[in-house]
Write a new protein. Structure first.
Length: 129
């Protein structure tokens, strides 16, 4: 079961990723978050930096969708995200900064995220910290 703090963290993360505010996460939301993030760092579509970040975001989307989209609708709702997170001992969203670009990661399970080789990692933990 999630604590109030964990539910608030999860709701905030969901709201940040739900770019159109429709209450559902889709691949299009991840594409737009990627575009905005890359534009903020000067990595425009077609550049190597943009393509690396886009590939990372789409990989993250596919891993989340595969784990959470139990009805096969192609979307993740806040209740689906909350239910999955509450069933896991450790659930992390992390972002690493490597080669001048941010790359998203998700880590689920017993091991907590650590600082990555040749970069740093900033975690948003749902394990109560």
């Amino acid at each position: 079961m999630l604590t109030d703090l964990q539910r608030k963290k999860l709701q905030l993360r969901f709201a940040l990723l739900d770019t159109d505010g429709d209450g559902r996460l889709t691949q299009q939301d991840y594409e737009l978050v990627c575009l905005r993030l890359c534009a903020a760092f000067g990595h425009l579509p077609g550049t190597a930096g943009y393509e690396r970040v886009r590939a990372a975001y789409l990989s993250l989307w596919e891993r989340l969708r595969a784990r959470m989209d139990r009805d096969g609708s192609g979307v993740i709702t806040l209740p689906q995200l909350r239910n999955t997170a509450s069933q896991l001992k450790n659930f992390y969203f992390s972002f690493s900064f490597r080669g001048g670009v941010f790359a998203p990661n998700i880590e689920v399970g017993q091991n907590s995220p650590s600082v990555l080789k040749n970069g740093w990692s900033s975690q948003v933990s749902l394990s109560g910290s």
